[in-house]
Write a protein that binds this ligand. Sequence first.
Ligand code: OGA
Ligand code: MN
Length: 284
Amino acid sequence: MIAFEAMKAPLGAFVQGFDPALIEAADFADVLADGLLAHSVLVFRGAEISAADLVRLGRAFGELEILPEPDKRHLDHPEIFNLSNVGPDGQLVGFDDPQAVFLRGTQRWHTDSSFRQVPALCTMLYAVQVPTRGGQTQFADMRKALTLLPPEDQEEVATLRLVHSYEYSRANNPGRMDPMTDDERAKYPPVEHPWVRTHSDGTKSLYMGGHASHIVDRDESESQQWFAEIEAQLSAHDVVYEHQWQANDLVVWDNRTTLHRLLAYDIANDRRIMRRITVAGRGG
Ligand code: OGA
Ligand code: MN
């Protein structure tokens, strides 16, 4: 069975002993779920994982989300989202190409699918090809971030709810994205989530990030200022694990307890090809 080796970082663990044959073992999903709750980021290193095994691994964990953009789906496995700066023609995309603009959007601190009524449990990202420089992913421990707030703020945030909106985050992407169609707007209306989430192990964390437009009953600029102050603390304090990618790495992160962001790389010249699946939340 697999084992977890904690990283020398505030969060994260390497998963030892993984073999795709273990995926259907009776207690595999529970062991992985416990590891995820304890370590927030799990890194599988060294084993090549096929697209089909990636989907099996995700399914062992729960239902998979189908992401909003159909043009980025893997041809054989629609659950896989191709996160890549290489177009279908095999050529690198331009810096202002919609595909590159979308990828650049992940450079803001965020948690995946927080704009959904039932937001994602975890994301699994597998590296097919990694850039020669940059392109790391940072993960912030939002349990610890909560404890860094002054005590009176900790009390206040626990009483507040945030509005998360895909329309808002798309409109505020660093680079122009097409406005949402009426269809998309109807499918992804703004939703509210408590700012502080309580997990099954009793721990609490801040739930926020780039899809959060504002605090319920407060205006956007006041809300965004508070969000920015908290996010500014994430790099200043010891709450971040920075993943330096190698080809064949699989990183699984807990979207309930962490925020993440991509660090810049030369998107128009340096290939970065990733496969992503997202496990839907269970409403808890
Ligand atoms: C994502 C994401 C970051 C990365 O897929 O949701 O934020 O490093 N990716 O590619
Ligand atoms: Mn993301």
